[in-house]
Design a protein around this ligand. Structure first.
Ligand code: DX5
Ligand code: ZN
Length: 221
């Protein structure tokens, strides 16, 4: 297992003060910035693009930026996000006609690459590309909105994904996204996740550091 990473989703941050919010959450102990890109096509919501990623880099954010692309098509945005400072780029396999090509494109652009699985998307998309992914991201809500409840069936899926990673012997990250809270993070880790996205649980809390510390304390139990 790789060390645990906490990745606040800026979807629930105050967008009018984004640079300060990201600075604050990193100072509060976050490891990675989770950056949700929605196109009102693949998902019924519209958020932010490469310009905002670049603006965060210009603002002085040096932490890894984990770009979660909920867009269709995918490929045109890959070089743009790489140029804008993305560290990891993940996409939903059913949104790309050529999964292998998109994974290669991400790597050629110098980023880590990952596939994202909606609650109803089978892990079999990994069958022939497992050696090309750095990250497997399981959605524990249907994508498009923050603040939804964790879907419990994801726990079994996490265990299955963890098994695949173990069998492969590869250092693949297992990221979970949606409905992660202080109260359920330990159970999610026990099922196999090692990277935890949390939006509303962190940004809607009064004290980001206390929330992240409470998450880490529950992970250490
Ligand atoms: C949903 C996004 C998530 C979302 C998580 O489509 O991918 O990253 O912001 O928000 P919470 O943690 O509030 O479920
Ligand atoms: Zn996300």
């Amino acid at each position: 297992m790789l060390p645990y990473l906490i990745a606040p989703s800026i979807l629930s941050a105050d967008f009018a003060r984004l640079g300060e919010e990201v600075t604050k959450v990193l100072a509060a102990g976050a490891d990675v910035v989770h950056f949700d890109v929605m196109d009102n096509h693949y998902v019924p919501n519209l958020t932010i693009g490469p310009m905002v990623c670049q603006a965060l880099r210009k603002f002085g954010i040096t932490a890894p930026i984990d770009v979660h692309l909920m867009v269709e098509p995918v490929d045109a945005l890959v070089p743009q996000f790489a140029k804008a400072g993305a560290s990891i780029i993940t996409f939903h396999p059913e949104a790309s006609k050529h999964i292998d090509r998109t994974l290669q494109l991400i790597k050629e652009n110098g980023c880590q690459a990952g596939l994202v699985f909606n609650p109803g998307t089978p892990l079999s998309y990994l069958d022939y590309v497992l050696d090309k992914v750095d990250v497997i991201l399981l959605m524990s809500v249907n994508p498009g909105f923050g603040g939804q409840a964790f879907i419990p069936a994801t726990l079994n899926k996490l265990a299955a994904a963890r098994q695949l990673i173990k069998q492969s012997g590869l250092p693949i990250r297992l990221e979970i996204d949606g409905g992660v809270t202080v109260d359920n993070i330990a159970e999610i880790a026990a099922a196999g996740a090692d990277m935890f996205v949390a939006g509303s649980a962190i940004f809607n809390s009064p004290d980001y550091a206390a929330t992240i510390e409470a998450m880490r304390a529950n992970l250490a139990k």
